[in-house]
Design a protein around this ligand. Structure first.
Ligand code: UDX
Length: 459
């Protein structure tokens, strides 16, 4: 099928590349001409596992083309709108980019178009879009506007798109539902060459959920808000474990065994970040307000999350006393591993507070330092985790990259001023760390000192 994708961010680029991978002919555009030019020459604007290779493959075999918005609109029978919906000052989602694309489609396209809203948007945006296109429709365009929210996570976007838990479509015509089923059939049946898994664990029969547009839009916001709520919940339980002398790792495992709860997204830490949870939570609260629903529950989820950073810095103060003049080694800058994205990253919020307290920070991240530099130019960026640890009074783990889990603690013990490790993501092996003479402090009552090593086995 000939498909168009407007917007080459995480959702747009992954959508375009994956739909080409499963056999469609795809044109993709972006209003950022510099980004578009780079993509036309195979330069990726983001670090995302597997994405570069399938973009290159799609271009090579002529199934994926990056071109202007106008030519992209002309190309496809179905047009995916994947432009950004960043937060406005009051927390509402900024829909101006979507409105702009809708008007261009209305003024330019001829014949029939399936207009697919894939960006995360407030409920009733689809209805607004339908109206807007009809107002600006100068060519007698026949069209359907549908909602098709995307649930991919950064760091695993290609895998999540090709192996989704579900595909949700919000439509108001059977023609639209049929076309969307046709677009996604290779993914529903899992009949494509998988670029992620050598021995692909195909699970045919992916759920293809057909609803109305409003419900589909709410499914997206509610899903993200629920996941954020789960994280804030486990972070509160972690604080209780710390105060009451329990182990959050054990507690999370215990409650997660209940399939009604599930063990995913019960990982305590310094809070959730990224470009989705914080803004979607705010936007959902704002929408509810507009419809007279008081979502205080989600406001509390946000408040708990905002307090994580302060609480973490207090832990450092408790151990290091005065932070002014202390040397802190910061491992991780991205909001999560396997991405170079630092937007709303809790790691940067922690570092900003440390710098404000007069500490000097030496940081290392495998992928995100270039993007972090534009936000925190005053930080010292190091070539690796060991250079960052030189002379440190404390090592803080802020993003759980795999390489930190496999750190050489013997080597680190010889580099630091003081062997003190505070694990903001509870991913390190306490035995390993303490076994090499470090004091270890985690989140939620998980801690250890060299003296304790002999007792760990019994816990
Ligand atoms: C999220 C949703 O998961 C995805 O479905 C949606 O499409 C976009 O938003 P993403 O923002 O890429 O994806 O990252 P995610 O893996 O959800 O992590 C979000 C934040 O929560 C990160 O900062 C992560 O560190 C934090 N997190 C996640 C926790 O603190 N604990 C957990 O158990 C899980």
């Amino acid at each position: 099928m000939r498909l168009s994708v407007i917007g080459a961010g995480y959702v747009g680029l992954t959508t375009a590349a994956c739909l080409a991978q499963v056999g469609h002919d795809v044109f993709c555009s972006d209003s950022d001409v510099d980004k578009l030019h780079k993509l036309q020459h195979g330069v990726m604007p983001i670090f995302e596992p597997h994405l570069q290779s399938i973009v290159a493959h799609g271009q090579e075999i002529g199934r994926l083309t990056f071109d202007s918005t106008e030519r992209t609109i002309d190309f496809g029978e179905a047009i995916f709108i994947c432009v950004g919906t960043p937060p406005l000052g009051n927390g509402d989602a900024d829909l101006s980019a979507i409105e702009g694309v809708a008007r261009t489609i209305a003024k330019r396209a001829e014949g029939y178009r399936l207009i697919i809203e894939k960006s995360t948007v407030p409920v009733q945006t689809g209805a607004q879009l339908r109206k807007h296109v009809s107002v600006h429709n100068t060519n007698g365009l026949e069209y359907d506007v549908v909602s098709n929210p995307e649930f991919l996570k950064e760091g695993t976007s290609v895998e999540d798109f090709l192996h989704p838990d579900r595909i949700v479509v919000g439509v108001d015509s059977s023609r639209a539902a049929r076309l969307l089923q046709e677009i996604y059939q290779p993914i529903i049946d899992q009949t494509f060459t998988c670029p992620v898994h050598a021995d692909c664990p195909r699970r045919p029969g992916v759920h293809f959920l057909v609803t109305d547009t409003n419900s589909a839009e709410i499914i997206k916001h509610a899903s993200n808000s629920f996941l954020a709520m789960k994280i804030s919940f486990i972070n509160m339980v972690a604080d209780l474990c710390e105060a009451a002398g329990a182990d959050i790792g054990k507690v999370a495992a215990g409650i997660g065994l209940d399939p009604r709860i599930g063990s995913d997204f019960l990982h305590p830490g310094i809070g959730f970040g990224g470009f989705c949870f914080p803004k979607d939570l705010q936007a959902f609260v704002r929408i509810a307000e507009k419809f007279g629903c008081d979502f205080a529950l989600l406001e509390e989820v946000e408040r708990i999350n905002q307090k994580r950073v302060h609480r973490f810095v207090e832990k450092l103060k408790k151990e290091l006393w005065v932070l002014r003049g202390k040397k802190i080694c910061a491992w991780g800058l991205a909001f999560k591993p396997n991405t170079d994205d630092v937007r709303f990253a809790p790691a940067l919020a922690v570092i900003r507070q440390l710098l404000a307290e007069g500490a000097s920070v030496r940081a290392y991240d495998p992928q995100a330092m270039r993007k972090a530099q534009s936000e925190l130019p005053e930080l010292t960026y190091c070539h690796d985790a060991y250079e960052a640890a030189e002379g440190a009074d404390a090592i803080v783990l802020l993003t759980e990259w795999e390489e930190f889990r496999n750190a050489d603690w013997k080597r680190l013990a010889g580099l630091v001023e003081r062997p003190w490790m505070i694990d903001g993501r509870n991913v390190l092996s306490r035995e390993d760390v303490v076994g090499h003479g470090f004091q270890y402090v985690g989140i939620g009552g998980v801690s250890g000192t060299p003296e304790m090593t002999h007792s760990f086995a019994s816990i």
